[in-house]
Design a protein around this ligand. Sequence first.
Ligand SMILES: Nc1ncnc2c1ncn2[C@@H]1O[C@H](COP(=O)(O)OP(=O)(O)O)[C@@H](O)[C@H]1O
Ligand SMILES: [Mg+2]
Length: 395
Amino acid sequence: MIRIDSVTKRYPDGTVAVDQLSLEIPDRSITVLVGPSGCGKTTTLRMINRMVEPSEGTILLDDVDIQQQPVNTLRRSMGYVIQNAGLFQHRTILDNIATVPRMLGWGKEKSRARARELMERVGLDGALAKRYPYQLSGGQQQRVGVARALAADPPVLLMDEPFSAVDPVVRKGLQDELLRIQEELGKTIVFVTHDIDEAVKLGTMVAVMRTGGKLAQFAPPAELLTHPADEFVEDFLGADRGIRRLSFFPSAGLELLTEPLVAVDATAEQITAAATADVPYLLVTDPDGKPLGWGEPQDLTAGEIETDRLLPYGRPFVTATDSLRAALDCAVLSPTGWAVAVDTEGRATGVVSQQTIGEAIRGAHAERRAHDGKVAEAGEPGTAGTAGTTEKVAP
Ligand SMILES: Nc1ncnc2c1ncn2[C@@H]1O[C@H](COP(=O)(O)OP(=O)(O)O)[C@@H](O)[C@H]1O
Ligand SMILES: [Mg+2]
């Protein structure tokens, strides 16, 4: 465990970058430091590997003051990843990743073998090994940065806005990859970002910092969204806090309708039978059961439904893994107002209306409130605010 104990950093010009910060960073999970630009996130991170020395207070790694350890030993136990990856431009991808093992005297072949193993681990094609950083996309470079930090298998990974410079789609891929790597390797990760969505998605614990280097709140994401400590945290979480919270409720309990599903080669009888369900559109599926699109029953030709005339089904949600928020997104973005549920193979398992999702959301919130024992406190700001938002998202 990393324990930050009443740490203050005052730079020589008098700037107080971090002010009396205390945090207990749990092992084998992702702790996110989030807050507006200049609030002291980078300074905090760099104090953990002693690139910056605190003015006051102590930092302990497994109960040992990090000041007591030789700085090289300390840094060897901590991989460090920064924005734009910070790769050596004149070295190949493989040699970039092999940097630390080489420094540790592993020998060329062993280091390169390790580097190849890591390329695979972070989702990089082995064919890229001999390229130079400038020949890679931003997202690929960032993966190389992560691989390099992992090369000597350090227990701790410090990451400073590592994904901030890549576009949203690539960024999502990198985030998912990090969660997967974390699950496999169980590193202790301290992750800095100014993006609250990223913090909520990645963090097991999230430390919200405010300008002046003060800690505003330290809590798991769901707790942060349910009970922001003060107005600053509430503002920082944004007006859509209620919708964000839905990410923590699974979609698995949603009641799906299966009647409106018809195969592309459905007979007239099958189409008629499907159309009796209380749904204005039918979802047409291919022979594997994968969704093709929506059609009104009277427009569907028995035996050979014309698929190019169907309404797009949009993005489906996966009941096994997606949240109520994902299901709601699908319904809202669907041209029919109905969301399509699929299994992990992408086969349609049913459809669900905005109305039903809205009811599930109200039920989930009510359950959570009852669980929190906060029902009686009508004036309690977190609860009232959330309920208000829920009314808005429900159809
Ligand atoms: N070397 C430095 N000398 C003086 N002030 C600094 C130095 N580095 C950072 N600061 C100041 O300390 C504050 C916190 O900076 P930083 O930790 O980089 O914030 P963040 O990473 O949250 O954007 C800012 O006001 C910044 O200008
Ligand atoms: Mg910074």
